[in-house]
Structures are given as structure tokens and as C-alpha cells.
Design a protein. Structure first.
Length: 217
């Protein structure tokens, strides 16, 4: 298969496997999604979803969050790890949303990335899932699978994102990035597949004898 043929097959097969793509992080609006994605850094979605109900019960808007002491935020989000930095970022971005954006999460990559604790991946998730803007957030699963499927050289997540955007039509990006994550968690896992085991790897590379060594992001 050529790269274009692989991309077409992958998109088709993932659509068959995952026709529905619910956002894994529980949220009700752009602000709660932003906070949940920030908390998910170096933490599982399951753990975030167990933690956010207590936080959002106290503060589910920038106004309420900015009024909470940072120590209280940190106490609640401790199970998610990196709680001092994350609590400070959540409090800080809530204040900035009030001061600069009328209490609303901006639907703009540059403005999102200017918020404390919000990197490119977090901003991309919010743009894609909260505002429906085409984006291709790259997490560890996507970075790993893109290398196994030879859709990128895998030098870094920036390169992986650029290569995936070239490989797939823009109208597929928002759904496809979730489909790849779901497949990476269920079938093409870090330890369960090395590029020779799962269905997509075997179909795309039937002659592959050796496992693919993944370059970390």
C-alpha cells in the first residue's frame, strides 16, 4: 500500500469500528472541557472523570473558579497529579477569562495557547471538540500509531500533527483523532502491539517481520 492507500483504509476501518466518537472527558461546556483537558496531562481520562464532579460542583464557571482559593482547587485535583501547577493554572486562566474574554473561553488557538497551562494539544482539543473547528490534537496514542502506520517519521508531535493533517481530509480530523485514540487504547496498545499484531498493522504491512520501535514525543 502507498501512504495514501493506507490513510484511506485506516480512515474507512476506523469509521466502521467507531462510528460514534464521544469525547472521553466529561464536560458540559467549553470551560469545563478546558479544565478537564488541562487536568488530563499525565493523567488518565478515567481519573479526571472521577475528579471533576467534586470540582465542578463547587465551581463550573470562570467566575466561581476564580473565587476559589488555589489551595482548595489543589486539594480536589490532587489525584490527577501535578496538582500545584494545575491548580495555579486553572485559577490563573479563570481570572484571565474574566478580565480579557468576558468570562468566555475564546474560540481562537492563539488566545487559548496564551492561557496558563494551556499548550497546543489542549488548545487543539478545545477548538475541535468545543467549537467544531478542524484540529488534529496529537497524544501519545496518536503519535505511536502514526509511526507504526508509517504516516509520519515521528520526530516529534509537531511533525506528527503536520503529517497527519496532510494524510487525511480536513473534514475528518476532529472525529479521526478520537477514533485513533480509541483504537490505540483498545487494539494497538503500547505493549500489546508492536506494529505486527493488530488488524490495521497486519493489513497495512502484511510483510512486516520486525516490530516498530516508537520514537517518543
Amino acid at each position: 500500500m502507498t501512504k495514501a492507500e493506507r490513510a484511506a483504509y485506516i480512515a474507512k476501518r476506523l469509521e466502521e469500528l467507531y462510528p460514534e466518537t464521544p469525547v472521553p472527558l466529561d464536560h458540559k461546556d467549553p470551560f469545563t472541557l478546558l479544565v478537564a483537558v488541562l487536568l488530563s496531562a499525565q493523567c488518565t481520562d478515567v481519573r479526571v472523570n472521577l475528579t471533576t464532579p467534586a470540582l465542578f460542583a463547587l465551581a463550573d464557571t470562570p467566575e466561581k473558579m476564580a473565587a476559589l482559593p488555589v489551595e482548595k482547587i489543589q486539594e480536589i485535583i490532587r489525584p490527577c497529579g501535578l496538582s500545584p501547577q494545575k491548580a495555579k493554572a486553572i485559577a490563573g486562566l479563570s481570572r484571565i477569562l474574566l478580565e480579557k474574554h468576558g468570562g468566555e473561553v475564546p474560540a481562537d488557538m492563539t488566545e487559548l495557547e496564551a492561557l496558563p497551562g494551556v499548550g497546543h494539544k489542549t488548545a487543539s482539543v478545545v477548538m475541535a471538540q468545543a467549537f467544531g473547528e478542524p484540529a488534529f490534537p496529537v497524544d501519545t496514542h496518536i503519535h505511536r500509531l502514526a509511526q507504526r502506520w508509517k504516516l509520519t517519521s515521528g520526530k516529534n508531535v509537531v511533525q506528527t500533527e503536520r503529517d497527519l493533517k496532510r494524510a487525511f481530509p480536513k473534514e475528518l480530523w476532529n472525529k479521526l483523532h478520537l477514533q485513533i485514540i480509541f483504537y490505540g487504547r483498545e487494539h494497538c496498545t503500547a505493549r500489546g502491539c508492536d506494529g505486527t499484531v493488530c488488524e490495521i498493522c497486519r493489513t497495512c504491512f502484511p510483510e512486516r517481520k520486525r516490530g516498530v520501535k516508537t520514537k517518543k514525543a
